[in-house]
Structure formats: C-alpha cells, structure tokens
Design a protein around this ligand. Structure first.
Ligand SMILES: *[C@@H]1O[C@H](CO)[C@@H](O)[C@H](O)[C@H]1NC(C)=O
Ligand SMILES: *[C@@H]1O[C@H](CO)[C@@H](O)[C@H](O)[C@H]1NC(C)=O
Ligand SMILES: *[C@@H]1O[C@H](CO)[C@@H](O)[C@H](O)[C@H]1NC(C)=O
Length: 405
C-alpha cells in the first residue's frame, strides 16, 4: 500500500481521455443536430460517468496493484466498445487516440513521485513506514463511486456505532456496493483501537464482511510532538493541539481514501443521513460534470467538514493545503482559505469573492446530513450547531420524489 498520490502520468491519462471524450461529443453533436436536447444530455451524462470511470481507474493505478494495472491495460478496448454502443462513428484521429492511450499505459510503469508531506512533517522523514496506516479491517474494496471518510476519536459520549448504522441503513444494496466507508480511529492507544474495531465488526457484521467498511488508524509515530506546536490564532494550547491533530487526522484519512474511488465525502462520527444520500450525491456530481460546470466542492451539509464532496483526483490539493497549515487554522477554515485562494480576485471586493467561491463551492439544498452529537471532542465542550436546512418539509417531498422515480 503506497502513499504515492499525485503523479503527472495519470493526469496525462485523464487529460487524454477528456480530449477523447470531447472528440466523441463533438462528433456526436455534429452528426446529429436534429436529436433533441434530452437525448444529448443523456449522452453527456454517460460521458460524465465514463470520465469518472477513467478517473477511478487512474486512482486504482496509484495503488500499484498488478492485477489492477492489467485491468487498466485492457481499458482501451472497453473505450472502443463504449464508442460502439453510443453508435457514433469515430474518426481516424480518435482511433489513434485510443491507440495512444493504450500505449501510454504500457509506458507508465515508471516510479511515481511521492506525495510530499515530509517537508511539513519532518519527523516522518526518518522512517517512511511511519506514514503506513494500521489497517484494522479491510475488504480491499476499490473503484467505488463514493468513498466516505469518517474520522473518530475517543470522547465522553460516542455516537460512532449509531452513525455507522444510520449510514448503512440509508443505503440500498446498489448504493452499498458502490461505496466504501472508511472509519479512521485517530488514537494511538492500541487497546482502545482494538476495542473499537471489535465493536464495529460485531455491531455491523454485514457491512464489515461485505467490504463496505474499512477501519484504519495512523501508525503511532505519525503524529508529531504536539508539545512543540506553535500557539496560533491566540488560542489556548489545548485548542491548538486539538485542531492541529484533527487536521492531521483528516489528512491521513484523505490520503488513505484518495485512490479508492471517484468521489470523496468526509463525514463525522456523529451524524445522521437522509435516505438515498448516496444516489443523490452521485447523480448531482455526474450531472454537474455532464453539464460542463466547474466545481471543486459539492456541499451537502452546511456544517464544518461534514458532507463536502470532492473528486478524489482533486483531493491532493486539499491534502497538501491542510498539511502545510495544519498548525495554523482549523480544517474547515483551511478549506475555505483554499477555495478563496483558488477563486478570489484581490482587486475586487468581498462580494465578488463570495460569488466566485460559490461558483466552485456549490451548495446543495436541502442538506443530506445532520449533526447529532452535542459534545465536541475538545474536552467535551458542548456544541449545539445544527444544520437548519436539514429538516425542512421540502426535504421529505424531494426525497419521496426521487424515491418514486
Ligand atoms: C492495446 O495494446 C494491446 C497490446 O499491448 C493490444 O493487444 C490491443 O489490441 C490494443 N488495444 C487497442 C484498443 O488498440
Ligand atoms: C446507428 O445509427 C444509424 C444512423 O446514424 C442507424 O441507421 C442505425 O440503425 C443505428 N444502430 C443502432 C444499433 O442503433
Ligand atoms: C437503490 O436506489 C437507487 C436510487 O434510487 C436505484 O437506482 C437502485 O435501483 C436501488 N437499488 C435497489 C437494489 O433497490
């Protein structure tokens, strides 16, 4: 299991494929002006699905698994058959693109650049194994549409089991098979980790056995010496330590999840979800991609880090950003900061900035997730933040509508 993340070659593949998809679309459109819009949008949706499929394969490639790589090698012929099934004639150009794609996979076996967390967490330099996760339970599931990351830490009152049961029971079989839920226990007490793992496995045996659930923990050496943190934002030592560790937990979880699917959604260990949340999220994302809309985050809950959906291929940007500033700000502020950095024009005002941010950080309403915990993991601090958009009546109607489709 490698921690190698971003590498230019797979970007290449993706780029290549997008060029390919574009060509097919162009061919398709120019060939059939008379087809109605609906049909066209269906093709665009299929294209988006294909794009995500390639993306999944790219992620899988990063796992350096031989079987998986053979699978990807065969993918160019799958592309061919997809073109056939769409009943579009492709030009020689596209034929040659497919061949190039095939060939580029042949030559991709060069070692991949390591994702650089070592600059920012220098204590890991001495031993790269310190970045290796403790895999407490895994069905080795890959290539799902959505990977859900659930970070959890020891706290006075735990809702973890309740949360997991709720998530699983709000997915049907199709959705479960297309998901991976990764629980990351952000603790180093081996006894405690073992106990939580056993409890999850015994309370959710089906999810654990089917491969839907992975349970991991960081290696004990992953965390830096928290007594040496800089005190930032005028916060107390406890608070700085708590949010810095939380950032490192998020990053670790994201690094583990990144190669395993098309989309990543982070949750918390004390949430409830709406039925069909998986299908709604996947459909929303694919539709946006099909429509050619640029987005970086699809936001399915207004709170903190809950329900933020990203492409797995975009995750390295966030991972890198958080790890650079983990000691400076809480994770949700860093997320906001990154989007601001991406989107805002400093010569314009706040309103313009907000508008630009909203274009790539797209809010989905109604919310699909709600907080249930009332005690923060920071010293049992009482926190009563709720997402007010979760319970509106419109939700129920909307969900029923989607259900009855
Ligand atoms: C891809 O390359 C393999 C040989 O590596 C070849 O057998 C196969 O036909 C090629 N597929 C396409 C679609 O060109
Ligand atoms: C493919 O499209 C052509 C016209 O463009 C049509 O004659 C043919 O029946 C179509 N084939 C399938 C399998 O839909
Ligand atoms: C699960 O729900 C999705 C979305 O509504 C639907 O497409 C799928 O067929 C359902 N699967 C099962 C096994 O009911």
């Amino acid at each position: 299991m490698g921690w190698t993340l971003q590498q230019p070659r797979s970007r290449h593949l993706l780029l290549l494929f997008m060029t390919f998809a574009l060509c097919v679309t162009v061919v398709f459109i120019s060939k059939s002006d008379s087809r109605d819009l609906y049909e066209h949008s269906t093709v665009a949706y299929k294209m988006a699905e294909m794009e995500m499929r390639v993306d999944q394969l790219t992620r899988l490639y990063e796992l350096k698994d031989n079987d998986v790589q053979d699978l990807i090698k065969r993918f160019s012929s799958v592309l061919k058959s997809i073109v056939k099934s769409l009943n579009v004639s492709v030009t020689d150009e596209i034929e040659s693109l497919i061949a190039t794609y095939n060939k580029s996979i042949e030559t991709i076996r060069s070692p991949m650049a390591n994702f650089d967390v070592f600059t920012f967490l220098p204590h890991l330099r001495s031993h790269k194994n310190y970045l290796r996760p403790l895999i407490l339970h895994s069905g080795n599931r890959n290539a799902v549409s959505i990977v859900f990351g659930v970070p959890t830490v020891r706290r006075q009152q735990t809702y973890l089991i309740q949360t997991l049961i709720n998530l699983v029971s709000n997915m049907n079989q199709t959705e479960q098979k297309d998901s991976l839920i990764v629980v990351m226990i952000g603790e180093t007490d081996q006894e405690y980790i073992k106990q939580v793992t056993e409890e999850i496995k015994s309370r959710l045996p089906e999810a654990a056995n089917s491969g839907l659930l992975d349970i991991i923990a960081p290696s004990p050496e992953y965390y830096p010496d928290f007594s040496k943190l800089r005190l930032t934002l005028g916060d107390s030592e406890d608070r700085v330590r708590w949010r810095s560790k939380q950032n490192l937990d998020f990053v670790f979880l994201m690094m583990y999840c990144q190669p395993k699917g098309s989309f990543y959604v982070q949750l918390e260990d004390d949430v409830v979800a709406k039925p069909q949340f998986h299908s709604i999220m996947k459909k929303t994302a694919l539709q946006k991609i099909a429509n050619g809309q640029q987005w970086f985050i699809l936001d399915f809950c207004r709170l903190g880090f809950i329900g933020k959906m990203m492409r797995c291929s975009d995750l390295p940007w966030l991972i890198q950003f958080i790890v650079m500033f983990y000691n400076d700000k809480p994770g949700d502020w860093l997320l906001d900061g990154m989007i601001g950095t991406k989107a805002c024009n400093l010569e314009k005002d706040d309103r313009d900035c907000r508008k630009r941010k909203n274009e790539i950080w797209v809010m989905y309403s109604p919310s699909l997730f709600q907080h249930i915990g009332t005690r923060s993991s920071l010293n049992g601090k009482i926190q009563l933040l709720k997402d007010s958009l979760f319970k509106k009546k419109i939700n129920v109607k909307r969900i029923n509508k989607i259900r009855s489709k």
